[in-house]
Design a binder for this molecule. Structure first.
Ligand code: ADE
Length: 225
């Protein structure tokens, strides 16, 4: 998979992709992540990427030309399955959306700033708009990093234990059961004895019950009827 991200603050996206699972996935050649500096595609001599809104109002609006140039440059090199705009008024990100996007070959992600981006970018280029939740961040970079992390860990071969993505909270309808590691007794607080029993069938059953209990308590909406 190839992911191209267009941003005015590419430095914000360096660290999230340079560690741990995301770094390993790139080293293994399972995903290519390219961050493009929007300012390099500015068309005027001041290298502006934003301008005052028509009709007045507060805040600057990101201009169409730099985005158009960058997107056209990328599209001339390969076909893209989706051009995704990170925005608080998009569809709210879910594991289902992550699953859908993780099987695409090439995608572009646009990060906005300021008051928003010229509506024509959304009308003419964007195929999907995604929000990471009902709160407003100062730009689309952190949302893009969240989205890319969720996508990349689903690409086959990225996680060393392939079953672990399948048993994630949200991958089924249930939240995960609680997990424990050593010591078995911490200041008198013991690990549930069943986990030390060696009886795998009983442990699986316990985990399933715990997952149901946790889901009922915390996210009953996930259980349906
Ligand atoms: N840009 C600013 N806030 C955002 C959010 N909640 N989701 C996606 N992009 C955003």
């Amino acid at each position: 998979m190839r992911i191209d991200i267009i941003s005015v603050l590419p430095a914000l996206l360096e660290s999230p992709f340079a560690h741990s699972i995301l770094q390993r996935a790139q080293k293994k050649g399972l995903v290519e992540i390219h961050v493009h500096n929007l300012r390099e595609y500015a068309t005027n001599k001041h290298k502006s990427v934003d301008d005052y809104p028509y009709g007045g109002g507060s805040g600057m609006v990101m201009m169409i030309e730099p985005f158009a140039r960058c997107i056209e440059t990328l599209k001339a090199e390969r076909k893209y399955d989706d051009i995704i705009f990170m925005t608080p008024d998009g569809e709210v990100l879910s594991q289902e959306i992550v699953n859908q996007v993780s099987i695409k070959k090439n995608i572009i992600i646009l990060c906005g700033h300021y008051k928003g981006i010229d509506q024509r970018i959304r009308d003419f280029f964007v195929t999907r708009e995604i929000s990471i939740g009902d709160y407003v961040l100062s730009g689309g970079e952190l949302p893009a990093a969240v989205f890319v992390d969720a996508i990349v860990r689903l690409i086959p071969g990225v996680l060393s234990d392939e079953t672990s993505a399948l048993s994630d909270s949200f991958q089924g309808e249930l939240l995960d059961a609680p997990v424990y590691t050593r010591p078995a007794n911490w200041n008198g607080h013991e690990v549930p004895p069943i986990l030390l029993s060696g009886n795998q069938a009983a442990i699986n059953e316990w985990r399933y019950e715990q997952a149901i209990e946790r889901t009922k308590k915390r996210r009953p909406g996930l259980l349906g009827d």
